[in-house]
Design a protein around this ligand. Structure first.
Ligand code: CA
Ligand code: CA
Length: 441
């Protein structure tokens, strides 16, 4: 008995998190004016919790619906109305955590927040060293009829983590970054976001994930995120001045409504682009984006698209199926005078199957490094190469830790000739060599 107590004591001492880190609670039944923020006396809002947190503290957000209203707009900055302005930073090694209480699902319903002539942000994160986890945002509105956009999560800080967030059934972009470096967007889902209000309801601005860092905004990574039925693109990094990495992300059915009505651009991964004319914002050094182990399926336009980028990107081990064009490497020349076939791209170990129009388009293979892809090797891709082509698997629930579901969709069948046909580019693999596509056999 004594030994047991000693052991428990030792355990507590060793595993005590940050010694003076505090924990607060927010609940739909909470109260911001009289409660202390303890588990039995929770706050009602994240904004109230932000007033008391310090670096290293954790705010647990309890399950239930948080029906936001316009009285809760915490900041109006020029054209923006921000509901949650997270402007208090943590520190290196001491993030401020805003986490769903373990096993619970807090849902922020933004459908009643529609101030006139304002762009709406559900969460504007200008602080750094912040970790948001397990929050769901629904019904974010657009109230402006001309060119505009609203956003569920907007990042301007550095070293933030956005994890297991779900942004859906609204009119806004799911996640949007214009500033900041070293942010990780992990295991997030953005789906069925369609701006049917502005510009005649064409839905041309609602991307699942947008990443458009200014110069200095390096090290932003999207990992294991999914985007589907967003009215514009799944993942978009047009006008990104620094490299953006998309790793193990899935984009499908973007550019369509759920009834497959044609809406916005509809690219799975729109990797870069600076418009058709050179302006003062074009960086001196054009970044090469990294798109690896990603899956693009059934997107209206292109699965993987370089969008007139005046330079190439790295495309490794991606799988594309039934997009308009699966891999479209269209570039702009360095003088911005005309579009040209893709140059300076590196494409390796990619897999293309049954594009609706073209497997690949606009690749100048004399100016790119394009080898070991299904479309450059003497292999034939057919239905019989895959365990399953049942796309409905892609929306399966995530695992408890937030990681992507285990699926058989587009996994290679035993004995299929796409196994071990890739080349070693520094990632771990099984068998003699890497396989083609996003899923190693
Ligand atoms: Ca877009
Ligand atoms: Ca292999």
């Amino acid at each position: 008995m004594k030994r047991q107590i000693l052991f428990i004591f030792a355990f507590c001492v060793i595993f005590q998190p940050e010694s003076n880190a505090k924990t607060y609670f927010v609940a739909p039944t909470g109260n911001d004016s009289i409660n202390s923020g303890s588990i039995s006396s929770p706050f009602a809002s994240i904004m109230r919790a932000q007033q008391v947190v310090e670096a290293g503290d954790t705010v647990y957000i309890r399950a239930g619906k948080y029906l936001m209203n316009e009285n809760q707009i915490s900041s109006v900055q020029r054209i923006w109305a921000v509901v949650h302005l997270l402007n208090k930073s943590g520190q290196e090694g001491k993030r401020i955590n805003y986490w769903a209480y373990p096993g619970e699902k807090p849902v922020f319903d933004m459908s009643n927040v529609k101030p006139e002539n304002k762009r709406i942000m559900a969460f504007d994160v200008t602080g750094s060293w912040i970790h948001l986890k397990g929050l769901e945002v629904i019904g974010t509105q657009v109230s402006i009829l001309t060119h505009t956009q609203s956003e569920c999560f907007h990042n301007e800080g550095n070293h933030n983590i956005y994890e297991q967030l779900s942004m859906h059934d609204g009119q806004a972009i799911g996640f949007y970054l214009i500033k900041g470096s070293d942010n990780l967007i992990l295991n997030c889902d953005a789906y069925r976001n369609y701006d049917f209000t502005s510009e005649g309801g064409k839905g041309g601005n609602s991307d699942g994930f947008g990443c458009h860092p200014q110069p200095g905004g390096t090290g932003n990574i999207f990992r294991a995120c999914r985007a589907w039925f967003n009215s514009d693109d799944g993942f978009d990094c047009i006008r990104a001045a620094e490299t953006v990495t998309f790793d193990h992300c899935w984009a499908f059915d973007n550019g369509y409504s759920t009834e497959f009505k044609s809406l916005g651009d509809g690219n799975g991964f729109k990797a870069g682009g600076w418009g058709l004319r050179k302006d003062f914002r074009v960086p001196e050094k054009i970044p090469m984006h990294i798109i690896e182990f990603c899956l693009a399926v059934g997107n209206k336009a292109n699965g993987f698209y370089s969008n007139h980028q005046p330079g190439g990107s790295y495309w490794y081990n991606n799988t594309a199926y039934q997009n308009g064009t699966n891999f479209n490497m269209l570039n702009r020349n360095a003088e911005f005078s005309e579009d040209v076939p893709g140059y300076n791209h590196v494409l390796k170990n990619n897999l293309s199957f049954e594009a609706r129009t073209f497997d690949t388009q606009h690749i100048d293979s004399t100016k790119c490094d394009v080898t070991y892809n299904s479309f450059t090797l003497p292999v034939k891709v057919s239905k019989s190469d895959f365990v399953s082509l049942d796309q409905s698997q892609l929306t399966a629930p995530r695992k408890a830790d937030g990681s992507l579901p285990d699926i058989t969709f587009m996994k290679l069948k035993k004995g299929c000739d796409l196994i071990d046909k890739g080349t070693d580019i520094g990632f771990s693999y099984k068998g003699k060599a890497p396989d083609l596509g996003a899923f190693e056999y």
